[in-house]
Every structure is written in structure tokens, then in C-alpha cells.
Design a protein around this ligand. Structure first.
Ligand SMILES: C[S@@+](CC[C@H](N)C(=O)[O-])C[C@H]1O[C@@H](n2cnc3c(N)ncnc32)[C@H](O)[C@@H]1O
Length: 303
């Protein structure tokens, strides 16, 4: 008895013509729930709002309005993308990070909440040295959407910075975000292998390099495996290639008082610390994410 009902609920709602906005939202939520999505109601609300160009208030105010055929088609198209596991933020083309809106594209990682630990830890380390108001130079290796660099520049009013990446499309996205966040006067972006083309040493060097072991990629959630760019995930056979590459450049990229803060994957903390310690950098107090996992490794050029 339940099977036909489930099948009906799970079918993509491609026949929304004549439905009200509220009916469409509820049908999408039911469909996403039947497919096992974690936040079906929220996804449905955001995506219907995105398809119609309406915010939360607009959706509530127009709940009973009947969809035009074009609107019904747009919602059906977006719901099909979500059913193919495309993340909501990718469909919207925007993800919030450190309370700021970041545009994303197919060549940028979606900035993750745990990466905010890098920002928090870097700011705490600078604060401890009473350096937050200085004219610092910040470098972000593998900048993607520019999330780390631009969040930091937003908090450090006299700092300027450089973000690097090997993806030209990611760098363009980061540049656009710098403009949108009114930080472009203090941020520049360069295509190179981590810090290879960074001219002058940094007071603060940050990075969230790709750190998934290559053989683990197949087991990632479809949302990540199929939609985050491979070069943002693949850390080589043991996941540590990016750290080794950065460590080989790190001493030359840091001022004598410089601080390096890198994000590390779960279970990688000891190995990554050893890679950087082998270059003569000294470990300092790490940053922990909300699950209590050491996420931000801090190394200093001086003890
Ligand atoms: C995990 S993503 C991090 C993106 C962004 N920093 C963030 O935290 O959301 C890693 C980034 O490193 C870039 N990348 C990979 N290999 C690189 C290399 N050899 N040199 C510079 N960037 C690289 C990727 O293109 C990707 O944008």
C-alpha cells in the first residue's frame, strides 16, 4: 500500500503547472524527503525562492499565488538538479562564509564551515601578538572563491593580501568576490603553483589545500564527489601532497615573525605537523572546530 504513495512522492514534481507557490514548495519538500535528503523542507524553500527570485518574506506573502507555466518549469528544472545531488549552494551560485556572501562556480570548492576555524585561529594568533591593526601582508595558497583571504582582509583593516590558485576560473571568481565585498583595493590574485609566484614574504600565510586521499574520493558524498572540483579535493595518495608542496616553500614565504595557519583533515594533524616541523617551523596552539577536531595547524617561523 505504501509503495505507490512513496513512488508518487519521490517522482520529480515536473507537473507543477496550476499549483500554488506553497503547494510547489510542499511537493518539493516531500519529494526531497522521499529521496533521503537531510534538510528537505529547507532545501525546498530555498530552491523555490531561488527559482522565483523571492526571499522568505516574499514566499510567505505570495504563498497562494498560482505559478505561471514558466515558473513551474523553472522549479522543476531546479528540483531535478537537486535530485541529481547538486548542492543547494551550487544551484544558487552562492555560499555564506564568515557571515559574508561568496559567489562560487564549478571550479571553486564550496567554502566549508570548518574552514572558518582557520580564520578564527589566525585572528587569535595575530591578536595574541597585538598585530591585528598593523599593515600586514596576508597570503592565501589555493584561494578558490577567495573565502579565507577575503574573510581575513575584512577583519584586518590595514592588511593587504594575495590569493593564488592553479584554476583561472577560481581566480576570476575570487576577484569578483573581492569586488563585491569591496576588498579589491587590498586583494590581488595570481595563478601559480601554491606560492611559486608570490614575490614578498607574508606576515600571515594561510591555506586550505586539497587533502582527501585519492582512494577516499570515491566514498565521499555525491554532493562533494560529483560537484566539488577534483583539484580542490585530491591530496594525492595519502592526502598530504599539498602540505608537502607548501612546506617546501613555507620558510621563504614567511617573514621572520610570520605565522602559518593551514586547515587539516580529520586524523591528519600529527602527520601535517611533522611535515611543517621538518622545515624548522615551530608549532603553536592549534584551532579546534565545533566538533572538537584540531582543524587549524599554527606554525611560527620563530618559537
Ligand atoms: C580545498 S580547496 C580550498 C579553496 C578555498 N581556500 C576554501 O577554503 O574554500 C583547494 C584549492 O587549492 C587549489 N589548488 C590545488 N592545487 C594547487 C596548486 N598546486 N597550487 C595552487 N592552488 C592549488 C584548488 O584549485 C582549490 O581552489
Amino acid at each position: 500500500m505504501t509503495r505507490p504513495a512513496l513512488a508518487r512522492a519521490a517522482a520529480p514534481p515536473d507537473t507543477l503547472a496550476g499549483a500554488s507557490i506553497d503547494t510547489a514548495r510542499r511537493r518539493l519538500a516531500r519529494c526531497f524527503r522521499a529521496h533521503g535528503f537531510e534538510a528537505p523542507a529547507l532545501d525546498a524553500r530555498i530552491l523555490v525562492g531561488h527559482a522565483l527570485g523571492l526571499d522568505h518574506t516574499g514566499l510567505a506573502a505570495q504563498a497562494n499565488r498560482v505559478l505561471t507555466p514558466e515558473e513551474a518549469g523553472a522549479i522543476a528544472e531546479i528540483s531535478a538538479r537537486r535530485l541529481a545531488h547538486e548542492p543547494v549552494a551550487r544551484i544558487r551560485g552562492e555560499k555564506e562564509f564568515w557571515g559574508l556572501p561568496f559567489k562560487v562556480n564549478s571550479e571553486t570548492l564550496l567554502p566549508r564551515p570548518e574552514t572558518e576555524t582557520v580564520v578564527e585561529t589566525a585572528l587569535a594568533a595575530l591578536d595574541r601578538d597585538h598585530r591585528k591593526s598593523q599593515a600586514l601582508r596576508v597570503v592565501d595558497l589555493g584561494t578558490g572563491s577567495g573565502a579565507l583571504l577575503l574573510a581575513l582582509l575584512g577583519e584586518l583593516p590595514r592588511a593587504c593580501g594575495i590569493g593564488t590558485d592553479i584554476s583561472i576560473a577560481a581566480l576570476q571568481c575570487a576577484r569578483d568576490n573581492a569586488v563585491a565585498l569591496r576588498l579589491s583595493a587590498r586583494a590581488s590574485f595570481v595563478a601559480c603553483d601554491y606560492g611559486a609566484a608570490v614575490g614578498a614574504p607574508a606576515d600571515l600565510l594561510v591555506s586550505n589545500p586539497p587533502y582527501v586521499a585519492r582512494t577516499d574520493i570515491a566514498a565521499l558524498q555525491a554532493e562533494v564527489r560529483e560537484f566539488d572540483p577534483r583539484r580542490a579535493l585530491d591530496g594525492g595518495p595519502d592526502g598530504l601532497d599539498g602540505y608537502r608542496a607548501i612546506a617546501s616553500q613555507a620558510r621563504g614565504l614567511l617573514t621572520p615573525e610570520g605565522i602559518l595557519v593551514v586547515e587539516v583533515g580529520q586524523g591528519q594533524f600529527a602527520a601535517v605537523t611533522a611535515i611543517f616541523a621538518a622545515t624548522g617551523l615551530e608549532p603553536a596552539a592549534p584551532g579546534y572546530d565545533l566538533s572538537g577536531i584540531p582543524r587549524a595547524l599554527v606554525m611560527r617561523a620563530w618559537p
